[in-house]
Design a protein around this ligand. Structure first.
Ligand SMILES: O=C(O)CCC(=O)C(=O)O
Ligand SMILES: [Fe+2]
Length: 330
């Protein structure tokens, strides 16, 4: 199948069977689509991009004050060099935040290190308010989208609700890709570990999705989110939906690209069930991928932690829970 453009799904029409059918096709045959009519205004999205650029324009000293290597919970800033994908350095700067929480005092499993407070710069107070408000709205959209997706797969809308209840684990990042000739890798090819990812792009292209053995450009479309299927949905659908490989090419020198990524998972202590899909979907399923370098884990905390450790090995050095406890996922 050839594809010149990614499908587009209208969020406000998801209550119609026609749009849900389009959603099922987009999610199962491509794994990437534009989400429009989601209700977030252009002004709000522009304001997020503006405050994100203001963050990256802070001095090195100010950014390093919130560096991820000061966090025990994979939160905060990474300069270029702080992340690797596929064994090579990603040429991007980024600032990560997750749910605002207190740290677990006595860890019983390694994944509990994902729980903790965010790091916020003291001299850009707008960053916290703008980003947390964005996350809250994206979570509402993601929950509705996931429910519509379950329905489109012939399941009850709430089939996965038990895994995230009213507060899914979410992880987000603002990202700056500086122009470079040193490497073509903005971020190397990877799959995202959660249920659903939303990417907000600026006007600069570079995001590519693997489709039918080729890399397809995901051209920026103002006001849309680019949605992709993550590994937890591949597991829940027993491979009917596939987490899609994607990457970002570094821009040319003199050009910068900014994006904001939002990853919705389930609660970290939950385990993703395998949905009993209709027979015609089961027949079409390619099965869950069995890449020896990337095992998919149905324990949510374990699968999310796997992604974080692979991306930020330095930030993972503090993890001290015994392998026994880790294995049991307790
Ligand atoms: O920056 C982008 O467009 C995508 C980033 C991405 O795939 C990721 O951070 O997982
Ligand atoms: Fe990604």
């Amino acid at each position: 199948m050839t594809l010149s453009q990614l499908p587009t799904i209208s969020f406000k029409r998801l209550d119609t069977p026609e749009e849900r059918e389009k959603l099922r096709v987009a999610a199962s045959e491509v794994g990437f689509f534009y989400l429009v009519d989601h209700g977030l205004t252009t002004q709000q999205l522009d304001a997020v991009m503006t405050v994100s650029k203001q963050f990256f324009d802070l001095s090195e000293f100010e950014k390093k004050a919130v560096a991820m290597n000061r966090s025990a919970h994979f939160r905060g800033y990474n300069a270029v060099g702080g992340e690797r994908t596929g064994g090579a350095v990603d040429v991007r700067e980024q600032f990560d935040w997750m749910n605002e929480e207190s740290a677990v005092v006595a860890l019983q499993a390694s994944w509990q290190t994902l729980i903790g407070p965010n790091l916020w710069p003291t001299n850009l107070s707008e960053l916290r308010s703008k980003l947390l408000s964005l996350t809250e709205q994206q979570t509402r959209i993601a929950v509705t989208l996931l429910r519509a997706l379950c329905e489109s797969l012939g399941m009850a809308a709430d089939a996965l609700d038990g895994t995230f209840s009213d507060a899914p684990y979410t992880h987000s990042k603002i990202i700056k890709y500086p122009g470079t000739t040193a490497s073509t890798q903005g971020v190397g090819a990877h799959k995202d570990p959660g249920y659903l990812t939303f990417v907000l792009q600026d006007q600069q292209s570079g995001l590519q999705v693997e489709y039918d053995g080729h890399w397809l450009d995901v051209e920026p479309r103002a006001g849309s989110f680019v949605v992709n299927i993550g590994e937890l949905l591949e597991l829940a659908s027993d491979g009917f939906l596939q987490a899609t490989n994607h990457r970002v090419l570094a821009p040319e020198p003199g050009v910068e690209r900014y994006s904001v990524a939002y990853f919705m998972a389930a609660q970290l202590d939950s385990t993703v069930p395998v949905l009993d899909l209709p027979a015609e979907m089961k027949e079409k399923s390619k099965g869950v991928s069995t890449d020896p370098n990337n095992q998919l884990l149905s324990h949510v905390g374990e699968n999310v932690l796997k992604g974080r450790v692979r991306s930020h090995p330095d930030a993972a050095k503090h993890i001290y829970v015994t392998p026994q406890a880790h294995q049991n996922g307790t």
